[in-house]
Write a protein that binds this ligand. Sequence first.
Ligand code: ISE
Length: 335
Amino acid sequence: MLRIGLIGTGAIGRTHMRRINEKLRGGRVVACADANLEFCQKVADDFGIQAYATGEELIASPDIDAIVVTTADDFHERYVLAAIAAGKYVFCEKPLAPTAQACQRIMAAEMESGKHLVQVGFTRRFDAGYRQLKQAIEARTYGEPLVLHCAHRNPDVAPTYDTPMTVVSTMIHEIDVIRWLLDEEYATVQMILPKSTRHTHEGLKDPQIMVLMTQSGVYVEVEAFVNTKHCYDIRCEVCCEDAFLNLPEPPSIQVTAGGRRGIAVYPDWASRFEEAYNTELQAWIDNYGSGKIDGPTAWDGYVAEVVADAAAKARETGEIVEITVGNCPEFYQKG
Ligand code: ISE
């Protein structure tokens, strides 16, 4: 039984705790830590686990084998670096860190340790629908992929969510999953800010469109619209030479009532990607001790931040910005 310590007992942290302890096999969250000590103690009491005064103490404990980091984004680097220094396997929610430089520091520490320890929570790669798309693209079943039309729509967001967050918090999922689907890097990015919805506020341009070109010339457009007020909606259409492929959703029942027939839409990301989160963390637990990472690595976390930084520049300047990620270090090369 893998003894897991979780740092950051906010909403996603507690959801992961319940998921690991109630649904998954082979691992158990046995301890937690949070900057808010009182709240952390309450969570620990509710779950019947131990509370540590600091994340560092939890990481250093000989009673903990592996770490999950679900703190606010700005603290990811600190705890991931501490986990690497202790030689401990660590799952860090996305983004790995809010800047490309911070991700580079994490990569440097991991490579220096000589051990593959860090997995990043880019959940989409574990969604059954995206996996089917990847299979078809990889096998070139329908020829070359040429154009992707994607949408990422949220019913609403926190009042503190602002214009830059559309890329760093929301589109970051597409930035990762599409380079994984196509198995290539991006060459350029452009941001287009159309007319905003009346449901947004001054600090948030909504919707926003991101246009990416990959190195081989695949055109990718992503619409993020985070104040739909009526649903969560994720789309990905891949136009190949011989077919159009559409991302399927997890099945839900068809309801006939009130003179209409239809299927319910997912209200939020937690329910839409519930299975993907389960698969992701189960894979992380199962992979412990294998000596490699079977999912998004620190390199993937770094590339996502480089693209997000370029997108921020594109938004500020209105220009098409080149993306340069450099060569993937041998340590992170797969296969
Ligand atoms: C949130 O952080 C997520 O990870 C969700 O998947 C995404 O839909 C949402 O926009 C983000 O804020």
